[in-house]
Design a protein. Structure first.
Length: 187
C-alpha cells in the first residue's frame, strides 16, 4: 500500500513540476504540505475501512455464535414435555431471525465505507460475495434441512443430532474463515 502511495505522490510531483516548469522551489512548500495532507487522509480512510471490516466480521461471527447456541439448544430439547415444545418454538424463531440477520450482514459485506463503495463492482468483491453466499447457503442448509428447525415434530436419533450439530458448526467455521481471509485483502 505504501508503494502505491509513493508512486501516486511522485506522479503528482512530476505533473506539478511540468505544469510549473519555471520555478518549482517557490511552490515546493505548498506542494509538500498538500501531499502530506493527501497521504494522511489516504491512510486515515484505509484505517477506517479496516476498522469497518473488522466490526462487520465481528458482528457476523457474533450472530453465528448466537445462532449455533440456539440451534444446539433446539436440538437438545425433550419434546415429550410441554415445556420442551414451548422452548423449541422460541429457539426456532430465534434461529430463523439470526439466519436472516446473518444473510443481511453477508449481503452488505464488504461494501461499507468510502473505499469498498468505489470497488463494489470489481471482480474481487464479486468473488468475495460469491464465496460468502455459497458458504451461507451451506450453513443455512445444515441448520434447516432435516432438522427440528424445519419440522418441529420430527424425531431425530441422538447420533444424527450429533452429526447435524457438527455439520452446522463446520459450515459456520467456513464462513468465519472466509471472513478472516478478507482482512488480508487490500482494496
Amino acid at each position: 500500500m505504501t508503494n502505491y502511495l509513493t508512486i501516486f505522490n511522485l506522479l503528482i510531483l512530476i505533473a506539478f513540476s511540468y505544469w510549473l516548469s519555471f520555478d518549482i522551489n517557490k511552490y515546493a512548500g505548498i506542494f509538500v504540505t498538500v501531499i502530506g495532507a493527501i497521504s494522511s487522509l489516504y491512510f486515515f480512510i484505509f484505517r477506517q475501512h479496516k476498522m469497518m471490516l473488522m466490526k462487520s466480521i465481528k458482528s457476523i461471527n457474533d450472530l453465528i455464535i448466537k445462532n449455533n447456541e440456539k440451534f444446539i439448544d433446539s436440538m437438545l430439547h425433550d419434546l415429550s414435555e410441554p415445556k420442551g415444545k414451548v422452548e423449541l418454538e422460541k429457539d426456532r424463531k430465534k434461529v430463523s431471525l439470526y439466519l436472516t440477520f446473518i444473510k443481511v450482514e453477508i449481503d452488505n459485506f464488504p461494501c461499507g465505507g468510502p473505499i469498498t463503495s468505489v470497488f463494489k463492482d470489481s471482480q474481487t468483491v464479486k468473488d468475495i460475495k460469491k464465496s460468502l453466499n455459497k458458504y451461507y447457503s451451506d450453513y443455512h442448509e445444515a441448520i434447516t434441512f432435516d432438522t427440528v428447525i424445519e419440522n418441529p415434530s420430527m424425531n431425530i436419533e441422538s447420533q444424527k443430532k450429533d452429526l447435524l450439530i457438527d455439520g452446522a458448526i463446520h459450515s459456520s467455521k467456513n464462513i468465519s474463515s472466509e471472513l478472516e481471509k478478507q482482512l488480508k485483502i487490500h482494496f
